[in-house]
Design a protein around this ligand. Structure first.
Ligand code: HEC
Length: 132
């Protein structure tokens, strides 16, 4: 019984360490490719909002996915820069993506345009601080 107990505690510890390491290993390049690179979610949403009659259902799917990616960004570790700055900048990106999602869910074009404008100006500051 004693043996079983300590065995399961050790197993649990190993499992949570594995989950922790996995959370650290989210690849920022992959997030950026899916979220921001040409053909990615951000340029797609930007383009979609310019349509005379925006396809809100598509925009909603894309902005939901963008928020998921932005959430993962905060759990990853950048190749450069300090942790406090990364926490602030990745949180800022998540907040802007969330504002975009909220505006799109409400079919609020002016609000979505404003949020996409903020996202568009976030790239350089973060890259300067955290990208090699
Ligand atoms: C919160 C910080 C942050 C924001 C905001 C951000 N990026 Fe990035 N981005 C990074 C980091 C860090 C890397 C480098 C990842 C690496 O080299 O591991 C990167 C890499 C990239 C890459 C290169 C991917 C590759 O395959 O090497 C592209 C393209 C990119 N970002 C586009 C954008 C665009 C466009 C925006 C704005 C709409 C943006 N990023 C906003 C942090 C950010």
């Amino acid at each position: 019984m004693k043996f079983t107990t300590s065995f399961s505690i050790a197993t649990l510890a190993t499992l949570s360490l594995g989950a922790f390491l996995f959370a650290q290993a989210v690849d920022i390049k992959e997030i950026m490719t899916k979220a921001n690179k040409a053909g990615g979610l951000f340029p797609q949403i930007q383009k979609g909002l310019k349509a005379p009659a925006p396809n809100w259902a598509n925009l909603k799917n894309d902005s939901d996915e963008l928020v998921s990616l932005a959430t993962m960004l905060g759990k990853s570790k950048p190749p450069k820069g300090d942790a406090a700055s990364w926490a602030t900048m990745s949180k800022g990106y998540l907040d802007e993506a969330t504002a975009l999602k909220t505006a799109i869910a409400a079919m609020n074009k002016a609000g979505a345009d404003a949020a996409i404008g903020k996202l568009a100006t976030s790239c350089n500051g973060c890259h300067k601080a955290h990208k090699n």
